[in-house]
Design a protein around this ligand. Sequence first.
Ligand code: HEC
Length: 311
Amino acid sequence: LAPARLIALALVLAPAPALALDEARWLDPRADRAAALTEAPAECLAEPADADARYRVALGRVAFASPALLGGLAARQGLSCDACHRNGHGNPAFLIAGVSGAPGTADVTSALFSTTRGDGTFNPVPIPDLTGAAGKARFGTMRPAGDLRGFVHAVAVDEFQGREPPPAVLDGLLAYLAALRPEACPADPVAPLGFGQAAAGLRRTAAVLAEALARGEAAAADFVLRSLAAELGRLHQRFPGIPAADARLPPLARELAALRPALADPAAARRALAGWRLRLEAALEALAAHRADSLYDRDAVIRWLAARPAP
Ligand code: HEC
């Protein structure tokens, strides 16, 4: 064989780059993992009418689902508030060895995620639904706090070793939590989590980034940009070994990373972001053709899980 053919053969035989699925890492192996990966409890979000309040809630929604809010092991694993509180609810399928007791519980004073908060005792408690929780007088049972801002700050910074979040991001998180209202629950308690929802999520995060830039909130913009990069990475994980994704998504990620130092000049950053959003649309259109092979498709997820026996 000619060397070029040998190289081509080697490329074909080489295993696809092992892109793990972050969201599969904290799932109870006995739970219906295919369901957990392709649907979620429906979010009960009361969107405010006022434009300013809407922006705060949208920013908080990004933060809630972003590993950029956390630090240490949690961030490296892709964990976010949403991993435990799915769409603001609990997560009966949540299970991390050493952190969970029964599925759906977590030890919030575990040394695994926190060097300062570990209490040396394995004391997991159920992950609560946060819908309607913002109106309560006390939060949590292990390290109870009377003010929600202090509680949420401690969760991000102490429990999960996150960097100090920009005040605008913390404001947003509180606005988002306050907007999770039982009366806003949709009729169907289960929401699909497919390619369409992921694409809509990326568009929404990019729109929040544009708005943060328009408002001159540089620190929030930087946070949203890092969150958007993580979201793009999660999309890529759902297209393992699919050449269209391997060709389209890394350039978008690089372009996003290059935008970061440019955030100091909001006008230029907004122009660059507008171009990026067009290229995101082109990529999403190309990926839509492969959605049935992606891990947004329930049957594809079932096949993928079958090839990966639960640990
Ligand atoms: C590893 C899973 C996990 C993650 C990640 C997580 N939480 Fe929680 N959360 C819990 C558990 C478990 C409790 C109950 C703690 C207790 O009883 O002390 C809780 C409690 C809460 C409460 C108090 C609810 C109430 O009714 O008293 C709020 C608010 C909250 N979490 C918000 C957040 C936010 C915001 C984030 C992201 C910064 C987050 N959580 C990340 C597991 C998690």
